[in-house]
Design a binder for this molecule. Structure first.
Ligand SMILES: Cc1ncc(COP(=O)(O)O)c(C=O)c1O
Length: 420
């Protein structure tokens, strides 16, 4: 790459590194339409109707995809993680460890169950590790939710071994990691439950939706019942409510679109893998920046990618770098939403403002008087990632030229601002 000067930067009036708009494409094609039509012609869109086939088919495909023997389709990734906690037997007052570097959907189910989110500091891979989890374990720890963030597998094999030896359940949040593998095995198939999202921003989409996969029939029955008003519908049991449950059911319309999307998932994630690898290769040796490291044995499906800035080596801060790269026409941002402890919910601890104190702080204030407070200062690596990270967008439809120009724009800006 050639050495750029400040005056050549697009932010100072120079030509943009990105010479054409990013390539886009159609996510929904003939099969989505054909399957939707078929679903409508069933004359019932209810997933458990004897005539209904699409949600059942999508669940069968998920079993094959993950190698897990039981799958249940739900309304969202958040719903899937919530059911993961039900699978793990979480109850009020239990502590659940997770990374703050994630979407809020990872944590919502914990709060919903009256359990307590406990944030562990992610590694610079952005993932949890055995070490980071070990530091947060207490006698109250009941489960760990391991997010495979950005299509990058966490070291889930080691985490499961470590946690299971302590009787702690592990839930995998694979919302961003369709197609990702560790040592050749798909994420979502290592732990007690694997949870997926098909919201509109994921590798595959049904607009909203998700899956949970689990290992044994008893757990499956528990989550399927809990997710369907606690009717025992799939097991031919009572259809009067036996216990508490929620309604996370999806209609056949979602199932139909999902089948068509699952038919393409390998193609999408392998393209995304190639794009991400190409980008990492092109950004090697960047002065003052390095891509977030990856877990050993990782096959990433790069839902996005993180570039960490060595701010000491640059003459401007991270935010100025982002503005200059964006001016080059390159898709980057700062990923600030993935910093849960910085949300008012955790800083101010008002969970349900319509309730009187201290009930409005439940579960952060527990009935036995335990109080949980959250601060980014307890999470030094997360703080550094948030202060120095540049999130690089990746999309399945990117052409090789898009990837090359993305790298060229980043190089141009880093070279211009690197201290001599
Ligand atoms: C890591 C992670 N977990 C959970 C979720 C929640 O998924 P959904 O939006 O489908 O509820 C998301 C969604 O962005 C996510 O990225």
């Amino acid at each position: 790459m050639s050495t750029a000067t400040l005056t050549q930067l697009a932010i100072h009036g120079g030509p943009k590194a990105k010479t054409t708009p990013y390539t886009t494409g159609k996510r929904y094609l003939d099969n989505e339409l054909a399957y939707l039509k078929d679903a409508l012609e069933q004359n019932s869109l209810f997933y458990a109707n004897p005539k209904a086939k699409w949600v059942k088919r999508a669940c069968e495909m998920m079993k094959t995809y993950t190698g897990m023997p039981y799958a249940f389709m739900v309304t969202s990734g958040s719903a899937a993680v919530h059911l993961g906690l039900i699978a793990a037997g979480i109850g009020p007052g239990d502590e659940v460890i997770l990374s703050p570097n994630t979407d809020t959907g990872t944590a919502m189910g914990i709060i919903e169950e009256g359990a307590v989110p406990v944030f562990a500091d992610p590694e610079f891979t952005m993932q949890l590790s055995v070490d980071s989890i070990a530091k947060r374990i207490t006698p109250r720890t009941k489960a760990v939710i391991v997010v495979h963030l950005a299509g990058e597998p966490a070291p889930i094999d080691k985490i499961v071994e470590f946690c299971h030896a302590k009787g702690i359940k592990v839930i995998e949040d694979c919302a961003q990691s369709w197609g990702a593998k560790l040592h050749g095995k798909p994420v979502g198939s290592f732990a007690d439950a694997g949870c997926y999202s098909t919201n509109d921003y994921k590798h595959i989409s049904t607009g909203d939706g998700g899956f949970i996969v689990v290992r044994d029939e008893t757990t499956f029955r528990r989550v399927a019942n809990y997710g369907d008003k606690h009717y025992d519908r799939l097991f031919g049991g009572s259809q009067y409510q036996q216990h508490h449950g929620v309604n996370y059911r999806v209609s056949e319309l979602l199932g139909a679109v999902c089948v068509a999307q699952l038919e393409k998932v390998d193609q999408i994630t392998s393209r995304q893998h190639d794009i991400g690898d190409r980008l990492r290769g092109l950004l090697k040796g960047l002065p003052g920046g390095r891509m977030a490291p990856q877990s050993e044995g990782a096959y990433s499906s790069y839902w996005w990618s993180m570039l960490l800035v060595d701010v000491e080596k640059m003459s401007v801060g991270r935010d100025e770098l982002i503005k200059a790269i964006q001016a080059e026409g390159v898709g980057v941002d700062s990923s600030q939403r993935y910093d849960l402890v910085q949300f008012d919910l955790y800083k101010k601890r008002v969970v349900r403002p319509w309730l009187p104190e201290p009930l409005n702080q439940y579960p952060f204030t527990q009935p036995d008087g335990r109080e949980y407070h959250y601060s980014i200062d307890d999470l030094p690596r997360q703080k550094q990632i948030m202060a120095t990270g540049i999130r690089i967008n990746i999309n399945t439809f990117y052409s090789d030229q898009d990837v090359d120009e993305t790298a060229a724009g980043i190089w141009k800006v880093f070279e211009a601002y690197a201290k001599a």
